[in-house]
Design a protein around this ligand. Structure first.
Ligand SMILES: NC(=O)c1ccc[n+]([C@@H]2O[C@H](COP(=O)([O-])OP(=O)(O)OC[C@H]3O[C@@H](n4cnc5c(N)ncnc54)[C@H](OP(=O)(O)O)[C@@H]3O)[C@@H](O)[C@H]2O)c1
Length: 275
């Protein structure tokens, strides 16, 4: 079985590939140097030539802040690019896994989001990812939309690494009025392996439990024994271009590890100093 993974140079794909290989897949990791998602012919020609049995579409325009300044490009990559991938998946009749986001929700709900909850993205990134979801549903019969949240892992820029860059600081301000569920890329990859044996549809795969960015930061510093004073602040004190949902925690559709346990596992594997 051959799995083609878009976004092959990205954070998630780096952890997904060895997990797919352990499951017996041959893996093609492809990225923008192989084809630009904005070029329909390039997308189609590359995938047709590769002849995959499964496509995992992890590529995307993922810079949430920058997307506010480049809405057209973000839509072309996340919306139209996903449409092109979906068309080829249908043409060759293989399952398509599309990685989406908790930012398709507006954060007004008071309990964890489930896949059937109404979407209403607040920022450009969320709108473009939802557009991608809609194309996948419209075009493919054999699809898995897998929404995840607050991803961190070894192979990309993320909140955990940003906090660790501040581990020798005296203090740091972190927002405490956005609640979500941190997710280790390895847990997302393991979740996708399980979901591949389940009916087609939309799933949520996040670390179980929820926290604010402030609580997440406290847990990171505590796990590495860093004596940083974390100061909780409201979002308005940290001006950002993209509006974020105040509450975007999703109920995992399958059993996942608690986010604190996974954070410790990640830090241990990263050979960082853990208490
Ligand atoms: N990170 C999170 O917190 C998070 C949360 C929820 C959902 N997600 C979703 O999870 C997936 C994986 O996220 P990630 O953090 O692993 O992303 P990532 O590290 O930013 O990787 C995305 C990859 O897509 C590539 N790409 C961008 N534009 C492209 C184009 N026009 N044509 C072809 N490839 C292009 C990027 O290449 P360049 O680097 O060269 O641009 C990059 O290698 C994404 O779909 C994202 O929307 C992420």
């Amino acid at each position: 079985m051959l799995a083609l993974v878009t976004g092959g140079n990205g954070m998630f794909a780096g952890d997904l590939a060895p997990i797919l290989e352990d499951e017996g897949y041959d893996v093609i990791l492809c990225d923008i140097e192989d084809f630009d998602l904005c070029n329909e012919d390039a997308v189609r020609n590359y995938i047709l030539a590769a002849k995959p049995d499964l496509i995992i579409h992890a590529a995307g325009y993922t810079n949430v802040e920058q997307a506010e300044a480049e809405p057209e490009l973000a839509m072309n990559v996340n919306g139209l690019g996903t449409k092109y991938v979906a068309h080829v998946a249908r043409e060759i009749d293989v399952p398509l896994v599309y990685i989406s986001t908790d930012y398709v929700f507006d954060g007004e709900k008071k309990t964890q989001y489930v896949p059937d909850d109404a979407t209403n993205p607040l920022n450009v990134y969320g709108k473009t990812k939802l557009e991608g979801e809609n194309y996948v549903k419209e075009i493919c019969e054999r699809y898995y939309i897998v929404r995840t949240s607050w991803l961190y892992g070894t192979y990309g820029k993320n909140f955990v690494q940003t906090m660790l860059m501040h581990k020798n600081d005296e203090e740091i301000k972190v927002v405490n009025d956005q609640i979500g569920s941190p997710t280790w890329t390895v847990d997302l990859a393991d979740g996708i392996i399980k979901i591949l044996n389940m009916p087609y549809g939309t799933y949520h795969v996040s670390g179980s439990g929820k926290c604010s960015w402030y609580e997440f930061a406290c847990e990171i510093f505590s796990a590495v024994g860093a004596d940083v004073k974390v100061i909780p602040v409201p979002s308005v004190e940290v001006p950002q271009k993209a509006k974020r949902p105040a509450f975007s925690s999703m109920k995992p559709s399958i059993k996942t590890k608690n986010w604190k346990e996974s954070l410790k596992n990640y830090l241990f594997i990263s050979e960082l100093e853990v208490d």
